[in-house]
Design a protein around this ligand. Structure first.
Ligand SMILES: Nc1ncnc2c1ncn2[C@@H]1O[C@H](COP(=O)(O)OP(=O)(O)OP(=O)(O)O)[C@@H](O)[C@H]1O
Ligand SMILES: [Mg+2]
Length: 491
């Protein structure tokens, strides 16, 4: 409570008050609670409690799926450790390894890292984990999925048998939970009771729009909604590059982040976004999990995510710590049934939003200018401009003058033609022959006609088609494995 108070929070969040006492008894915990509800502190405080600062060895490790998340988690734990001044270090790929080796020599108590770089240090013998008493997997379901599990197994093999293991995420599909339990001893499941996987303070919408019209729809929505900070998710690195270029052409201040950029670039883009010197961040799923950036009011899924879990995490970049947010998902007509699948898994319906017209976009921008003008009037420091205004009013009527001022203020919707490489719709690319299947029956409820079908399983949502028939387990696993690694490359 002292730590929470010191961090400026009034009370513990439910996941914190439900997991911390259990974790303090030394038991293994699987903690699941919605995005933005303070899971970092929920595992961070028990982790810190297990650290003896007079002991010079590494006693806790946290493994996180992305570099930016590793940095953020290390910072949050450090902030929470004021009472004992634990040394917390983050290690991740893309950063000079010799610098990290020097920092590791300074005996951190807690190391937060991405799997690849942690393994690298283990292999170089610059990271010794034999005195670790607590291991945390943040975004545990992601870490125990195909792309990471081998690395995680290797890292865990370096830690003592007797230790406390804490797993946290907003999502925990049943098959992954089963894998998780293999790594743990009699874990206590703490799930903050919620009807929906997504948090209720995010309003959720979808827009049905043909692939070719997506971009115009996006810029019109940006004009109407005027987000403070927005994240736009695209499916691939190429998509992100093309989208951020296209947004700049139309006059938005946007930059992209994905796995092919240098680490320096990734960090500078994120810093600019946090400071608000760019207001649109275009991202692959590399930014989908865990990142806590205040002021993100809107999330746009320009491409619908690969699986329902990814949807939950992506939209969870807004609506954090009790704030409200808005999420809009774009689907082409052929993706509508897949969208309904996402809704079934999250147990939450999205409201349909009509694609706005050009006039509506202009109206939106005009409204913004009116607000700005009104604010300037209310600020009352216009003395210097009065003479000029009176001069103008001698020559023109007031309405004409204010109209001109508004016109100058207003960023009129820009329809400069943009060319984006088309993305295949979600289902046809991964249907493995499912192209002619149920999904072509069109949207609506048809795809749920076969009951739960095969879509409730994560593997099938990636590889299968509705109503089962996604091939043998083996083939499905292979497909999943293939997709898993290819997804890592794509982001
Ligand atoms: N007790 C608290 N009261 C208010 N705010 C809190 C509290 N604990 C943490 N926070 C703040 O809430 C925000 C979200 O916390 P955090 O990033 O830990 O969420 P999360 O549950 O891990 O979300 P995600 O699933 O997206 O990773 C952070 O800015 C954090 O500082
Ligand atoms: Mg988190």
């Amino acid at each position: 409570m002292k730590s929470i108070d010191r961090m400026g929070f009034e009370e513990a969040t439910p996941i914190q008050s439900e997991t911390i006492p259990v974790a303090l008894t030394g038991k293994d915990v699987i903690g699941q609670a919605q995005t933005g509800t303070g899971k970092t502190i929920a595992f961070g405080l028990p982790l810190l409690e297990n650290v003896d600062v007079t002991n010079e060895s590494i006693q806790g490790i946290v493994i996180a799926p992305t570099r930016e998340l590793a940095i953020q988690v290390a910072e949050e734990i450090y902030k929470a450790s004021y009472h004992k001044r634990a040394r917390v270090l983050s290690v991740f790929g893309g950063q000079d390894i010799s610098r990290q080796i020097r920092s590791l020599k300074k005996n951190p108590h807690i190391v937060v890292g991405t799997p690849g770089r942690l393994l690298d240090h283990i292999n170089r013998k610059t990271l010794r984990l034999q005195n670790v008493n607590t291991v945390v997997l943040d975004e545990a379901d992601e870490m125990l999925n195909m792309g990471f599990i081998e690395d995680i197994e290797k890292i865990l093999a370096e830690t003592p048998e007797k230790k406390q293991t804490l797993l946290f995420s907003a999502t925990m599909p049943a098959p992954i939970r089963a894998i998780a339990e293999r790594f743990m001893s009699e874990p206590v499941n703490v799930k903050v009771q919620a009807k929906e996987l997504t948090i209720s303070n995010i309003q959720q919408f979808y827009v049905e729009v043909p692939e070719k019209k997506k971009f115009d729809t996006l810029t019109r929505l940006l004009d109407i909604q005027s987000p403070e900070l927005a994240i736009i998710f695209g499916r691939t690195k190429r998509r992100v590059d093309e989208l951020s270029d296209a947004l700049n052409v139309r006059g938005y201040s946007a930059e992209g982040i994905h796995g092919d950029l240098s680490q320096a670039k990734r960090m500078s883009v994120l810093r600019k976004f946090k400071e608000g010197s760019i207001d649109v961040l275009v991202a692959t799923d590399v930014a989908a999990r865990g990142l806590d950036i205040s002021g993100v009011t809107h999330v746009y899924n320009f491409d619908i995510p690969q699986d329902p879990e990814s949807y939950v995490h992506r939209i969870g970049r807004t609506g954090r710590a009790g704030k409200s947010g808005l999420a809009i998902t774009f689907v082409s007509p052929r993706e509508v049934s897949y969208l309904h699948h996402v809704e079934r898994v999250t147990k939450r319906k999205m409201d349909k939003l009509k694609a706005p017209t050009l006039d509506e976009a202009l109206e939106g921008q005009q409204k913004m200018s009116m607000e700005k003008l009104t604010q300037a009037v209310e600020a009352k420091n216009l003395g210097f401009y009065r003479n000029a205004a009176e001069q103008l009013l001698e020559e023109h009527d007031a309405v004409t003058l204010v109209s001109a001022a508004l016109k100058l203020f207003t960023k009129e919707p820009d329809e400069t033609p943009i060319r984006l490489t088309e993305e295949a719709p979600m289902h046809s690319r991964r249907g493995g022959g499912g192209r002619g299947g149920d999904r072509n029956r069109g949207g609506g409820k048809s795809s749920s006609g076969g009951g739960k079908g095969g879509w409730n399983k994560r593997s099938d949502s990636r590889g299968g088609k509705p109503g089962g028939g996604s091939g043998s387990r083996d083939a499905s696993a292979k497909r999943q494995g293939y997709k898993r690694s290819s997804r890592k490359e794509r982001v």
